[in-house]
Write a new protein. Structure first.
Length: 341
């Protein structure tokens, strides 16, 4: 017996809702000052010109997500900040090599299109793009019934930046006795949330009933683009690292020349209150340093004579401070002392 009533919509996919969402994104993009790329939204591919002020431009690309921080957003029913997280996790990687963020694309997969939720996420993405000086030029929203349970979703971001070839921050610029400087984070950013959620579960902590955790755990990742690009343009830094998964040690190691190492003085690190709370729940220091930024959201490597100059490019509540030094050591990292939790 034939069944002529089968449709895509009855299978759980609402194309009309998806079309409404695309129109919403397009309307937001059109409102952006100096936006030249809104025509890309809804197309098959996006087209962006290379800025004319580059003589020998190099393309730098980065992709990332926000991990299980999504589950915190779901629990709090607050979705207007994780879009900022998504942009931050990508563009903060671009500037490590000296690139200026140019364009951003997003991918959202969800069990069922929820326009209210998706609009909040997109508003955050557009805000993150504005902070970092790039454009949202396209993306994909996939409604996937049966793949995600009710209310569940995931997001991913892809960003492209551009850098003048002679201005690329490569490992060769880092020299012996350069200072390793911490630029403060504003909290957890977007790494380590699986451990945090495990703590919440074991301690039977409900976020909605805890003002401190509710505020701290949904804070969007700090975007360092404006400040760091100014330092690069002024030739004030020799290298930098985005402190994400793997913590300070692993991320500093990624930028070291083959014959040099680093000494990190742990007692100089200034952990945010949220990290002190996590440590107090029974997480050992070694695990803290491997999992979280512990207060160091970004790091720059600078000649000691230039350290005072870089401080003027940061606000009073985000002043950089020295946490270590470049030494001999074939990419060895020496951790001195203990963090003052």
């Amino acid at each position: 017996m034939k069944n002529n009533n089968l449709t895509y919509e009855k299978s759980g996919v609402n194309i009309k809702a998806a079309d409404k969402f695309v129109k919403f994104i397009s309307s937001l993009s059109k409102k952006r000052e100096n936006s030249k790329n809104f025509e890309n939204i809804g197309g098959f591919g996006s087209i962006t010109g290379i800025p004319k002020d580059f003589k020998n431009p190099q393309i730098v690309a980065s992709t990332d997500g926000v991990g299980t921080k999504i589950e915190i957003a779901n629990e709090l029913n607050k979705f207007n900040t994780i879009g900022i997280d998504l942009v931050a996790m990508c563009v903060n990687d671009l500037i490590v090599q000296g690139a200026r963020p140019l364009i951003f694309l997003d991918y959202i997969s969800i069990n069922k299109i929820d326009l209210k939720k998706l609009k909040e996420i997109i508003r955050g993405i557009i805000k993150g793009c504005k902070i970092s000086g790039c454009e949202l030029v396209g993306g994909e929203t996939a409604e996937m019934p049966g793949t995600y349970s009710k209310g569940k979703f995931d997001i991913a971001g892809f960003s492209i930046g551009i850098v003048e070839k002679k201005k690329i921050l490569d490992k060769s610029k880092i020299k012996l006795n350069d200072l390793i400087v911490a630029i403060p984070s504003n909290g957890v950013h977007s790494n380590g949330y699986s451990l945090i959620r495990n703590i919440l579960k074991k301690k039977n902590i409900k976020l909605k009933n805890n003002k401190f955790l509710k505020k701290e755990l949904i804070k969007p990742t700090k975007i360092y683009v404006r400040e760091v690009l100014k330092l690069i343009n002024k030739k004030l830094i020799n290298g930098c690292a985005n402190i994400t998964g793997g913590g300070i040690e692993d991320n500093i190691k990624r930028i070291l020349p083959s014959k040099l190492g680093a000494r990190i003085d742990l007692e100089k690190i200034k952990p945010n209150q949220i990290f002190k709370w996590i440590y107090a729940q029974g997480v050992k220091e070694k695990e803290m340093l491997k999992t979280f930024n512990c207060g160091v959201g970004f790091s720059v490597v600078v000649n000691s004579k230039k350290f005072k100059k870089i401080k003027r490019y940061f606000s009073k509540d985000s002043q950089p401070y020295v946490i270590g030094k470049i030494i001999y050591g074939k990419k060895n990292i020496i951790l001195n002392g203990k963090v003052k939790w």
